[in-house]
Structure formats: C-alpha cells, structure tokens
Design a binder for this molecule. Sequence first.
Ligand SMILES: [Ca+2]
Ligand SMILES: [Ca+2]
Ligand SMILES: [Ca+2]
Ligand SMILES: [Ca+2]
Length: 324
Amino acid sequence: MGWDVTAGDLDGDGVQDLLISAPYADGPGDTRWSTMDLYLFFGRPAAAWQTVLAANGSADVIFYGGSNPVTSDSNFPGWDLACGDIDGDACDDLAFSAPHADGPAGDRNATGAIYIYYGRPRADWAPVYDTMGEVGPVADIEIYGADENDAIGGIDLAGSLGANVAKSLALADLTGDGRAEIIFGAVYADGPNNARNSCGDAYVVFGDTREALTQLITVRPEDPGRHADIAFYGAVEMDFFGFCLAVGDLDGDTFGDLTVGALYSDGPPPPAQRLRRRLRLLGPSARGLGPQLRRAGGRSRPPAPGARREQPRGLPAGGRRHRR
Ligand SMILES: [Ca+2]
Ligand SMILES: [Ca+2]
Ligand SMILES: [Ca+2]
Ligand SMILES: [Ca+2]
C-alpha cells in the first residue's frame, strides 16, 4: 500500500481528500490476485481521523482494476494518481493510470490506460468502482494508448529508484481556461509512424465540458471516439521521453508550463556526430577516420531495462511479483 498517493477535493466540500494505491491488493473479495486497488478517504476534521485506518474497512470509496485474462498480467491501476478539475465545475476530478491495460477491446497488450472519474457530492459517490464493470461502475472516461506495450501513464525500471518517483500523469491547466488538461507519457512509444523505437511520446487531451469529453478517448487515430489533442515525440530512439512530467508556472504568466523528462536522452549531438556530418560534406577521402570517430563518440547509455518489444516489466524485485 502506498505505491502512489495524492490529494484533491473530489466531493467539493472544500476539504482535500486522500487517495492511495496498493499495488499488491487482490481486488473484490481477494479474487483478482495482485491487480492493484485504490482507496479514497474523504477529508475530515483532524479529530475525526482515526490513528489507524485499515483500507478495506475504512476507505470511503474503493477502485478495483483487472488483469489480462490470457497472461494474468496486472493492468496496474493506480500506478500514477492525479487530481484536477477537468470539466471546470470547481470540483476536482480523479485520474489514475493503468500502464498495462489492454486497450478498448482488450486485445492491445499493455498499451496502457488512464481512467477518469468526475468529482461529485459525497452522496453521489458509489462505494465501489470497477474498471472491469463487474462489481461497480466503470470510469467516466477511459483513455487508451496506440500500440501494444506503449504503457501509457507509467513504466517500471526494475531495481531503479525511478520506478518509485517518476510520475507520468498530470491534470493541470495549460491553456488558462480553468479546466485541467489530461497529460500523460508513454515511454515505450515509438514516435511518428512508429519509426523511432522507444523514443517515447507524451500526450495532452484538453480539459473540456463533459459533453465534449467522450467516454472513450484514444491516442490511435483509427480508433473511434475522441483523440489526444497534442502528441509530443522524443527526439531519437530510446530516449524514453515521457518518463516523468510535471506542470508549474515557470515564467509567472499564470499559464501552466509543461516539463517532460527523457530519461535516456544523450543531450546535444556528441562532437563525433557533428564531425561526421562535416566528413560527409568532405567526401570519400575523409572516410578513413570512421573507426576513430566510433571510439571517440559512440553513443552509450545505461543498460536498457528490457528491449522495446518485450513486455514492460512488472513491479520491482522484492515482494510478490506479477506474472509477465
Ligand atoms: Ca473533500
Ligand atoms: Ca470537475
Ligand atoms: Ca485548460
Ligand atoms: Ca507560464
């Protein structure tokens, strides 16, 4: 319990409410092994908070996720959590990512999903929500990635601290209209026309009215429903752009500004690359310098955590592991 935590006023009473995800929880009645649950505790005066809260007994709302029926791979609902007012009704809305969710028809393995629930008065919240729709309502909005293993809204780098601290989901206003945009990364995505292996993408869906935001939103243009409004692409292969992202007003003009991390980017082109370009201009007589250039400026990076076309990894070592 505590894989990710966040706070927002989801019932509009002016008091922040607490959200916690539990990666090894087992779903309704412990029938979904390690599918990851989320717990919502409505804010209350200090004296009304108990010192010890048991999630299953005390949470005001529980959100359940699912797993791939063929591989048993957990969808990891609650990998990243965010609160913000998407529809501008002055009540925060909740988003959580499920980076191994399998697409609108369940056949797009680990493309990833973002699930969104509009804030509402406390009496209108159901006690249980279920992304599978079996024991409670489904999300108000479901956003899916474009391709298999894009893993929108999260990533695991096994054994890396980054797995715990990176946040690849945000709800924040970039346009100044008081509605939060839905912003998420896809570190394994492959850029324009899938031609840039794991360069990483990031996407923005503009906050809007509930009527304009359809229940299904996808990154893939061929899918039905609304699509992401902006796509950002990593510069070169294996940059892992979108690994983490955050919004803050960095220049004081009241508009939120977006920062996106690219974990394995190598910075500006190394001197050898620049030299190579010059050698191309110089012609065949300069080609003998090739081996020296490779020694001097070959690209290097940390060991990649799993080749792009393999299934993204499960949770870090230690504790129970999910089947992949
Ligand atoms: Ca509240
Ligand atoms: Ca709202
Ligand atoms: Ca906005
Ligand atoms: Ca700004």
